[in-house]
Ligand binder design. Structure first.
Ligand code: NDP
Length: 328
């Protein structure tokens, strides 16, 4: 029997889950839930109902895993504990500093309902977390490095948009090539924030805005830009839409470690992602995790989990025999 999936929240991730479920041979989309007026949403799949979140409880026994596609800032801290009371759930909560707190809240709900809730899945946190944990376990004597980009940072783009005189903006985070090379060469460099990433901003100004003042405010903004080498380009709205509306992203996780009686042998583990579409990749991870969540709950497990708690074979639609024959 196929795994019955619900999507809660129909933004970029909601649309990505819809595509990933379609691509999965063992999954079926049951319904899309939204806080907006359901009749205002046109989803891509024919024959699948769009339902108000108010009626979500009616689907309690019709959905195996609800994939929560709300935003990390304000939606998921409320939605994940709430819907774990009714369903096995998967989310992509990516505020790293608040993961322990989110875990505790969700764990209480899921333990009470007897469901599984897998939080913080995607690529970072998600696949990058797995890469960090595998490589740390294997090379205990070493250094970790994570680089992001080139890709758009939503938080930094929003911060620029809040500046007076700015109409629209996109900000790219870009890894510094020489830093990547030093890590790859096993030099184990000590890198400051400035040495790891640069920031490139494309800004559309309001009529009559003072470009020099805006540029200064961006470059001096604490936490966001002050610690980085930042370039600012002023462009037209048309150019922003034409050249900067893509959702590509990616990055690198490295572990550079030593073994040997005299630490004479160097090993570099490099995991990299080059993503044409951040949301479509993220949701491909969420859907694989949903498969695992159902399996774990079917085995009687309950409570909050992260991707670190999932046996790799549970993510795959292939049987143990197939995995051992072809992918082991
Ligand atoms: P969106 O802003 O596109 O969607 C978030 C929610 O907003 C939706 O669930 C939807 O809820 C609502 N919404 C969407 N479009 C509209 C609209 N036009 N009008 C009103 N409401 C709308 O966010 P994303 O899908 O891009 O990202 C969600 C989260 O995923 C991010 O906050 C980020 O933290 C996380 N993420 C995690 C990654 C990881 O690697 N772990 C990677 C990428 C993202 P509703 O339908 O109920 O209105």
């Amino acid at each position: 029997m196929s795994t019955r999936i619900g999507i809660l929240g129909y933004g970029n991730l909601g649309k990505g889950v819809e595509l990933a479920v379609k691509a999965a041979p063992d999954m079926e989309l049951v319904a899309v839930f939204t806080r907006r007026d359901p009749s205002s949403l046109k989803i891509a799949t024919e024959g699948v109902p769009v339902v108000s979140v108010k009626d979500v409880a009616d689907y309690k026994d019709k959905i195996d895993v609800m994939i929560l596609c709300g935003g990390s800032a304000t939606d998921l801290p409320v939605q994940t504990p709430e819907y774990a009371k009714l369903f096995n759930v998967v989310d992509s909560f990516d505020t790293h500093a608040r993961i322990p707190e989110h875990f505790a809240n969700v764990d209480a709900s899921a333990k009470e309902s007897g469901k599984i809730a897998v939080i913080s899945c995607g690529w970072d946190p998600g696949m990058f977390s797995l890469a960090r944990v595998y490589s740390n376990a294997i090379l205990p004597d070493g250094n970790d490095y994570t680089f992001w980009g080139k890709g758009v940072s939503q938080g930094h783009s929003d911060a620029i948009r809040r500046i007076k005189g700015v109409k629209n903006a996109k900000q790219y985070t870009i890894p510094v090539e020489s830093a990547l090379e030093a890590v790859r060469n096993g030099e184990n460099p000590e890198l400051t924030t400035r040495q790891k990433h640069t920031r490139e901003c494309f800004v559309v100004l309001e009529d009559g805005a003072d470009a020099a003042a805006v540029e200064k405010e961006i470059k001096e903004m604490p936490n966001y830009f002050a610690d980085y080498d930042t370039t600012v380009h002023f462009i037209s709205e048309e150019e922003l839409l034409k050249n900067h509306s893509g959702m590509a992203h990616g990055g690198f996780v490295f572990r550079s470690g030593k073994t040997g009686a005299d630490k004479e042998h160097n090993h570099i583990i490099e995991y990299s992602l080059k993503l044409d579409s951040n949301p479509e990749f993220t949701t491909s991870v969420l859907v694989a995790v949903a498969r695992a969540a159902k399996r774990m709950n079917d085995e009687g497990l309950k409570g909050c989990k992260t991707i670190l708690d999932i046996p790799p074979a549970y993510l795959s639609d292939k049987s143990g025999e197939e995995l051992r024959a072809h992918l082991l």
